[in-house]
Design a protein around this ligand. Structure first.
Ligand code: NAP
Length: 282
């Protein structure tokens, strides 16, 4: 079997067109969805992610501001800045680009962002709502993955899902969202004894580890759907995921490429959440 490639770029393009139309409707009513990104320091990966967010937001006609701060900024000053944006009606979404310098508490920063502007969906209150299946801002990468799975027209109900990785931003929430879709979800992580024993039973495999070629074809059940979340740069400079793509695509029914799979949907879901926040305010 040769897998159908799930084209994240195309899925993102379709969704971005719909969002651009929504943005122009909101503008006609006098509301321009606004997103502010606070970036601390000059980490090249973070700079590149923020550029992607800016481009996407502006292409959709949204108001975008980048607040680029020195990595020596004190935590108190950052928290006061977040307070200002919490009060500023021209911004419907606030995102603090992670990771943060070591002297700043990620927890304090995430918890300071108003739950009504938490377009990353990282605030504990919004995570709690997601857990309960209540209306909230869903974290972008997991929500994007669910959208990509829907593109395969697969009924998620009752499917065996194996998620490798249990981070708060990808693994745990994507498993939860798929549980909410009535899938049977297993989480694997660095202490899992025999990962292959789990993955070989999976109808849907989500790999979010951060190690190139982590998942090999022999660990995949024939016909499984494989979602590769990983982003790894090889010494050659090439960007690859966590899955041995060339071999895996001969075994899977559907597979996401890296780049061009999950990444474009993540940014699109951020815009989706910002538009949602603007609509909530009307
Ligand atoms: P993370 O916080 O580093 O978590 C990695 C997870 O992988 C952890 O749960 C860890 O287990 C598990 N793990 C590590 N080594 C393992 C092993 N040998 N066997 C089994 N599990 C192992 O990473 P993350 O933030 O979730 O990101 C994961 C990857 O996705 C990264 O490459 C990141 O760049 C990428 N990513 C992509 C997007 C996108 O939009 N495309 C968005 C976010 C992240 P323990 O918990 O036991 O340590």
């Amino acid at each position: 079997m040769t897998a159908t490639i799930i084209d994240g770029k195309e899925a993102a393009k379709e969704m971005r067109q719909q969002l651009a139309e929504e943005v122009s409707r909101l503008k006609e009513k006098g509301v321009t969805p606004g997103l502010v990104v606070i970036l601390i320091g000059d980490d090249p990966a973070s700079l590149s992610y923020v550029r992607g967010k800016k481009k996407a937001a502006e292409t959709m006609g949204m108001h975008f501001k980048l607040d680029h701060l020195e990595d020596t900024i004190e935590e108190d000053k950052l928290l006061s800045l977040i307070d200002q944006y919490n009060q500023d009606d021209s911004f419907h979404g606030i995102l603090v680009q992670l990771p943060l310098p070591k002297h700043i508490s990620e927890k304090a920063v995430i918890e300071r962002i108003s739950t009504e502007k938490d377009v990353d969906g990282f605030h504990p209150l919004n995570i709690g709502k997601m857990l309960l299946g209540e209306e909230t801002f869903l974290p972008c990468t997991p929500a994007g993955i669910v959208e990509l799975l829907k593109k395969t027209n697969t009924d998620l109900s009752g499917k065996e899902v194996v998620v490798i990785g249990r981070s708060n931003i990808v693994g745990k929430p994507v498993g939860q969202l798929l549980l909410n879709e009535n899938a049977t979800v297993t989480f694997c992580h660095s202490r899992t004894k025999d990962i292959g024993a789990h993955t070989r039973k999976a109808d849907i495999l989500i790999v979010a580890v951060g190690k190139a070629h982590f998942l090999t074809a022999d660990q995949i059940k024939e016909g499984a759907i494989v979602i590769d979340v990983g982003v790894n740069r090889l010494d050659s400079g090439k960007l690859v995921g966590d899955v041995d793509f060339e071999a895996a695509k001969e075994k899977a029914s559907y597979i996401t490429p890296v780049p061009g799979g999950v990444g474009p949907m993540t940014i699109t879901m951020l815009a989706h959440n910002t538009v949602k926040s603007a609509k909530n305010r009307m």
